[in-house]
Design a protein around this ligand. Sequence first.
Ligand code: DX5
Ligand code: ZN
Length: 227
Amino acid sequence: MSRTFCIAPSLLSADFARLGEEVRHVIDAGADWIHFDVMDNHYVPNLTFGPMICQALRKHAVKADGTKVPIDVHLMVQPVDALAQAFAKAGADIITFHPDASAHVDRTLQLIKAEGCQAGLVFNPAAPLDVLEWVLDKVDVVLLMSVNPGFGGQSFIDSTLRKADKVRKIIDASGRDIRLEIDGGVKVDNIRRVADSGADTFVAGSAIFGQPDYKAVIDAMRGQLAA
Ligand code: DX5
Ligand code: ZN
């Protein structure tokens, strides 16, 4: 199956004092999606941004030719439902959540899709994949965490590659168009290995926003993916 690769810079490592500008710069540099990490100081020990900031950024997430760039909202919150709906209304295009944070995973997926968004499940490094089998028909994205959620700049956990290989097989067997996204510790020097494990969508925070030239990093990532 031929795959188009998608690079999703995480705003977690952007300059929070200039978020609109950062979104525009990283889109000019070639970002395919904008990854928006929502942390609630409950599900994870950190606190980031809410739906009002997503709404304020929506108008900045547009390419020079006017094409909308998807905002990929990664909810690290518990409970999930009310915030998922609030983010849908705030302009999110994709909403992913951790199944262990929702009491009723199938219902949460239905809520997100009823709002017109794509829906996804996020699996922590030590989380099993079992729920996936039962809701695959409602999932547009599977996001595998390659770090423990809560912070940017951590090292990639290698067991994610084996898990990605498993999920790739599940997706291919389903025949559905489901993105396999990897989040945490993705850099120019490991993105090829991550793609080889079956991933097609790559979140990168510190690797991109930690460098002065975002385009150079994204180009180097695409170079690795094309190799
Ligand atoms: C971690 C977040 C990630 C994080 C990735 O909880 O979900 O999206 O920003 O950051 P890097 O790429 O620096 O590991
Ligand atoms: Zn994330």
